[in-house]
Design a protein around this ligand. Structure first.
Ligand code: SAM
Length: 200
């Protein structure tokens, strides 16, 4: 694990686990969206950039075959300990350690937020490679009226207007099915977006 993003997450992994490492920090609408999507795609599902592994654990408890992957060893170790019945791998979303057609669904929940626009197609093409034809992709992201970087607590992240991100998905081989957005508040969470897509 050598990337700057990975180094920054590793330095604050315990803090991240404490604040955001369980389903209690997830908005109910997001839980509903992800759980219904995962049930519809069946399995196996890859939780790409799983962090502490709470989404993987949540989906596995709902009988969705799932495995998680993250670049940060402390997250993968925590995920193994906390969800012993689920498989977690150390790896990079830009070079996934899986065979083509290995998954029916890929969940990328806030795991692409640190990819800048010039590099976003790298993980998207990897998702297309490991998905079966017709497989599903669900991306959660910070949204806004434009594409721009901002000072995220861990390291620089990007907010995306939904249309340009949908264009990146299409350019990477996906049909875009649905786009969801939720406004934020000055003191609360930032505006949120989710895109559901299917491998063409
Ligand atoms: C904002 S956190 C989201 C974690 C989790 N999906 C969640 O919903 O809490 C971003 C995660 O993506 C992971 N990540 C970012 N870039 C990655 C890469 N190139 N390969 C693997 N994981 C990556 C980080 O290590 C981190 O765990």
């Amino acid at each position: 694990m050598t990337s700057e993003v990975g180094t920054q997450y590793a330095a604050r992994a315990h803090e991240y686990v404490d604040h955001l490492g369980s389903m209690s920090s997830v908005h109910p609408a997001d839980e509903h969206l992800v759980a219904s999507w995962a049930a519809a795609v069946g399995g196996p599902v890859l939780d790409a950039g799983c962090g502490p592994g709470h989404w993987s654990g949540h989906l596995a408890a709902r009988s969705v075959p799932v495995r998680g992957l993250d670049q940060v060893p402390a997250f993968v170790e925590h995920a193994h300990r906390t969800h012993p019945g689920v498989s977690f791998d150390l790896g990079d979303v830009d070079a996934l350690p899986y065979e083509p057609d290995a998954f029916s669904g890929v969940l990328a929940w806030y795991s692409l937020i640190h990819h800048d626009p010039s590099s976003i197609r790298s993980p998207l093409r990897e998702f297309a490679r490991v998905l079966r034809p017709g497989g599903g992709l669900l991306v959660g992201f910070f949204t806004g009226s434009t594409v721009e970087p901002f000072g995220h607590a861990i390291t620089t992240a990007w907010r995306w207007a939904p249309d340009p991100l949908a264009d990146e998905l299409r350019a990477s081989g996906f049909d875009v099915l649905e786009t969801h957005t939720r406004t934020g508040s000055a003191s609360g969470p930032r505006p949120h977006g989710a895109i559901l897509a299917r491998l063409a």
